[in-house]
Design a protein around this ligand. Structure first.
Ligand code: 45D
Length: 169
């Protein structure tokens, strides 16, 4: 069953968020795999990205056991109030994206808990993936930013002013 009725970014964000935390993680990793080489850390418009901060957070996660890494990623999605969730919540949206990108790369090198072998994407997530593939690259980036933006814990209890000027379309 699919939640999405149109392929607008806000609807796709809602559909993504309607998945369980585990299905969001799985889908996000499949997205990373699909995008492959089209993500370059030197992408234009990277003015609000802080690679050193993303790397510092990544290294904290890398130092944990695989089970803890998985729990931590679930906690980010579920916006739990954790130390790392607060650090994450203070990042700009693009730095959040870079952090997730580094985690996905870490899965490929087994620094981060990989998907179980032979894991298949659940059908609702697979449906959503095929819809995401139909939107253009720029909208995909906006979609991923909107997905990672609310994750973690916002210790200020309000929207991050650094990100508030970003278009939602
Ligand atoms: O056992 O402007 C399951 C920058 C099941 C540059 C599991 C950029 C049970 C600046 C839960 C599945 C590069 C930042 C296990 C732009 C089970 C700039 C585990 C663009 C083990 C635009 C699942 C960046 C797990 C972009 C661990 C486009 C899943 C970045 C983990 C895109 C999934 C990043 C992860 C993407 C997915 C990252 C970590 C798509 C990460 C995806």
């Amino acid at each position: 069953m699919t939640y999405v009725t149109s392929n607008s970014v806000p609807d796709l964000v809602k559909a993504f968020q309607a998945l369980s935390a585990d299905h969001q993680l799985a889908l996000f990793y499949f997205i990373y795999k699909e995008m492959g080489g089209s993500i370059t850390p030197a992408a234009p418009g990277a003015s609000t990205v802080s690679p050193a901060i993303a790397e510092g957070l990544f290294n904290q996660v890398k130092a944990l056991s695989h089970d803890e890494q998985l729990q931590l990623q679930r906690d980010l999605i579920e916006k739990k109030d954790t130390e790392l969730g607060r650090e994450y919540g203070a990042l700009s949206d693009t730095t959040k994206l870079l952090f997730w990108y580094r985690l996905a790369q870490g899965m490929d090198s087994s620094d981060i808990i990989p998907l179980p072998s032979g894991y298949e994407l659940p059908s609702e997530a697979a449906d959503l993936l095929s819809q995401i593939k139909t939107i253009d690259f720029q909208k995909q980036i906006t979609l991923f930013r909107d997905i990672v933006a609310p994750m973690g814990f916002d210790a200020t209890g309000s929207f991050n002013a650094e990100n508030s000027a970003q278009p939602v379309t």
